[in-house]
Design a protein around this ligand. Structure first.
Ligand code: PRP
Ligand code: URA
Length: 207
């Protein structure tokens, strides 16, 4: 499916195997999800604008490239926090804005219970972070909320996505990058990704 970027790096696939495995306990799940998040994050940043900066090495002057804009990570709680659990090691300069959302188990519609994001979102490269793109409802609601608050540059990063979720998110945000480590087969009747990994929030936090 060309609507999203699939990360086929062997290390990403190995971490994916760990989080899919039902025998993986909370501790290992959280670690593998955080490591996978680092790999996906690198891919999400790959095409961001850079600007030149003159620096002095111990030997001479040279031109270096640095990111042109500040990055804002927006994890969708709870499971999004697991995906960026190690992001501080790669991107300590990122700001982090939190959106708390939970899907209604019957309607599968997301309900927003927390919104803690910086002002003037237009200055950021924004990456919405959530391991699961299932119906797409949560990611779409997050993207719309951020656009309402002034977001101009949005990307979405996921560990697993369903074809239905990618289609819905692509339709809602035709220009945004959607980056995922796996594109699974389908959704089941309860809106779970199959084969998937189960409930990401529960597996990451133990309840
Ligand atoms: C899960 C997951 C996503 C959402 C994806 O969250 O972490 O946020 O479902 O589903 P969607 O694409 O159909 O919207 P959940 O509502 O289970 O909350 P939790 O992370 O707190 O467990
Ligand atoms: N949320 C999850 O945690 N898992 C799924 O498979 C779908 C939505």
């Amino acid at each position: 499916m060309k609507d999203c970027t699939l990360i086929d790096h062997p290390l990403a696939q190995a971490r994916l195997a760990t989080i899919r495995d039902k025998r993986t306990n909370t501790e290992l799940f959280r670690r593998a999800l955080g490591q996978l998040g680092l790999i996906i994050l690198q891919e999400a940043i790959r095409d961001m604008d850079t600007k030149s900066k003159r620096i002095q090495t111990p030997l001479s002057q040279t031109k270096a490239q640095v990111l042109a804009r500040d990055i804002l990570l927006v994890p969708i709680l709870r499971a999004g926090q697991g995906l960026i659990g190690l992001a501080d090691q790669l991107l300590p300069e990122a700001q982090i804005g939190y959106l708390g959302m939970v899907r209604d188990e019957q309607s599968l519609e997301p309900e927003t219970y927390l919104e803690k994001i910086p002002r003037r979102l237009g200055r950021f490269e924004i990456i919405v972070c959530d391991p699961m793109l299932a119906t797409g409802g949560s990611a779409i609601a997050a993207g719309r909320l951020l656009e309402k608050r002034g977001a101009k540059r949005l990307k979405f990063m996921h560990a697993l996505a369903s074809p239905e979720g990618v289609r819905a998110l692509r339709k809602a945000f035709p220009k945004a990058s959607i980056i995922t480590a796996a594109l699974d087969d389908c959704l089941n009747e309860k809106g779970y990704i199959v084969p998937g990994l189960g409930d990401a929030g529960d597996r990451c936090f133990g309840c």
